[in-house]
Structure formats: C-alpha cells, structure tokens
Design a protein around this ligand. Sequence first.
Ligand code: CTP
Ligand code: MG
Length: 181
Amino acid sequence: MDAVSAVATAFWAMLPAYLPNNAAVLAGGGPPVDGGRTLAGNRLLGEGKTWRGTIVGALAGTLLAVVLDSLTTPVGIALGIDLPGFPLAVALSLSIGAMVGDLGASFLKRRMGRSRGAAVPGLDQLDFVIGALVLTAAVAPAWFTRTFSAPVLLVVLLLTPILHVGTNTIAYLLNFKSEPW
Ligand code: CTP
Ligand code: MG
C-alpha cells in the first residue's frame, strides 16, 4: 500500500472516532456521568464528563459513519482508493469506543490526582483512539484486520495526535474549550 492510500484509509476509517470528542465539547453540559461520586477522595470521572456530551458524541460519530458508508463507493472511485465501508457494528464501536476511551482516561487522571482539565500528554491525544480500536477489534475482528494493516495503524497513531492538537487549539481559540488540550 502506498503512503497516500495509507493516509486516506487511516483518516477515513477513523473519522467516526474523531467526531465524538469534538461533538461532546460542543454539546457538553448538564449532569455528570459519575453523578458526583468519589473514590478515595477524588471524583470518579469529574464534572467534565457529562451524559449529554457522551450521548451526543457517540450519536454524532455513529451518524457520521452511516453517512460515510453511503459515500464509500463514490469517494473511493474519485480518489482511486479502496476505502472501507462502515457496517453498523463498526459505526457503533468506533464512536462508542472513542467516548469510552475518553471516559477511561478521565478515570485514570482522577486516580493520578489530576484535577479536571489537567493535561496528560499522550493520554489526552490517544485515549479515544485506543478505545475505538480496542472495541472495534473486539466487535468486528475481520473488518479490523482488513482495514487496519500495519501501515494504516502506524498512520493512525502518528496522525491522530497532530489532528487532535490542531482541532483542540481551534476549539480553545473559539472559546468552545477552556484548555487547548
Ligand atoms: N465533554 C462532555 N462529556 C464528555 C466529554 C467532554 O460533556 N464525555 C465536554 C465537557 O464540557 C468538557 C469538555 O467537553 O469540559 C472538554 O472535554 P475534555 O477536555 O475531554 O474534558 P475535561 O473537562 O478536560 O476533563 P478531564 O480532565 O476529565 O479530561
Ligand atoms: Mg481536557
């Protein structure tokens, strides 16, 4: 697989996992997922993880995957690349996995004693990718191995932190987010 195909496939396949966190930032607010509960003196997740953000984020990613699935053939032909479609199980696992990964990182941050909004470089940029990839590998192993060949996986791990820093900086500058990470 050439480099352009690897980048296009990685970006296309991960779009449903990229949208949820951004949608959550725009939609977030209301009751927190942890209901205010604490563990050993720290919040379980914190005020920043809300039901509204989590549900809207997961729905937005799933909807995007359904739309992309209907565009796979024309876009693939236009680019001359064999892009992957999104079966419903994959649409759900990429978007829900992204949100669960983000919640998981929040849980870890609170266990490390970091307060809401604290930056943990590496974890902040890859939590949702790990969640999306692990859940998808579990739910749709055949689709996963077909789509995420070694070069595509490498592009995902290199490209995502760059995209994440970029979009979060924009969200911060537009005042949608209180920290740029
Ligand atoms: N958000 C949400 N629900 C989620 C994820 C995010 O409502 N599941 C919204 C919240 O308004 C949150 C904002 O998006 O403050 C930014 O998300 P993020 O940076 O992931 O959360 P933080 O507030 O920084 O919390 P944490 O330190 O736990 O990562
Ligand atoms: Mg944060």
